[in-house]
Write a new protein. Structure first.
Length: 265
């Protein structure tokens, strides 16, 4: 039994010293439910401790990278808000273990990435996107605060003016626009995605790994300091927004396939 056999919603595959981790709920566009959230809080520790891998690729099975939070899971945390306490602890583990991973982490952005999915992508070291992908953080569209990562990582990548526009509107952008403003590293045709991602992964795997890993660690130090200083507050605001009538209205509207009628409370 390998360290990844116990995972049900994340699939692990090896190409030599390159380990690919795939979010594996393709029928739900890899939307994050309680089980996937829990497994994400552990997977980067297992990848860090994996002595058979030097480079990690993060991607999604099927046509999406990750469609954010699962709507049924959202209703569950509305009905049982005490669940959000565990969710908050897991959210911290996801972010900090991703930032603490000392191996290069390449995002293979094969399709749309929204909400937490966008944060997972943007917290990778290098993001290579398909030209068919879109990315955005529409937490506000479902009446939530983007406290689980988006409110912190977006301004670091594109500046506050651009970040606040996209975070406060929830608008999605094309991969081409994301590359133009510096949100992602590179955009390629979908048919060229594997060649680009694994070509880079193989180049890094053949490099001076200690120097590469320690360069990543050094570069991440200010980012980790930012998250350690402010992440708890972001999670607290998101927890409060989970209790609002607007969040319930957004969930109802999604299920009823209509536009939500927000009331501001």
């Amino acid at each position: 039994m390998t360290r990844y056999d116990g995972y049900k919603t994340i699939m692990a595959e090896r190409r030599g010293r390159i380990l690919t981790l795939s979010l594996n709920r393709p029928n739900e566009l890899n939307a994050v439910n309680a089980e996937l959230h829990r497994e994400l809080s552990r997977i980067f520790v297992d990848a860090r401790d994996d002595k058979e891998s030097d480079i990690i690729v993060l991607t999604g099975e099927g046509r999406a990278f990750c469609a954010g939070g699962d709507i049924d899971w959202m209703q569950s945390t509305i009905d049982r808000p005490e669940e959000f306490e565990a969710t908050g602890r897991e959210a911290k583990d996801i972010v900090f273990t991703q930032l603490d991973l000392d191996k290069p982490l390449i995002c293979r952005l094969n399709g749309h990435a929204t909400g937490l999915g966008a944060s997972l992508a943007l917290l990778c070291d290098i993001i290579i996107a398909s030209d068919k992908a879109k990315i955005g953080d529409p937490h506000v569209s479902v009446g939530l605060v983007a406290g689980d990562g988006g409110a912190f990582i977006w301004p670091q990548l594109v500046g506050y003016a651009k970040a606040k526009h996209y975070l406060m509107t929830g608008d999605l952008m094309t991969a081409a626009e994301a590359e133009r403003i510096g949100l992602v590293t590179k955009v390629v045709a979908l048919e060229d995605l594997d060649a680009e991602v694994y070509g880079l992964a193989e180049r890094l795997a053949a490099g001076a790994l200690k120097a590469i890993n320690w360069t990543k660690i050094t570069t991440n130090l200010p980012l980790k300091a930012l998250f350690h200083a402010h992440f708890d507050a972001g999670l607290a605001y998101e927890t409060m927004s989970n209790l609002t009538a607007d969040h319930q209205e957004a969930v109802n509207a999604f299920r009823e396939k209509r536009k939500p009628a927000f009331r501001g409370w």
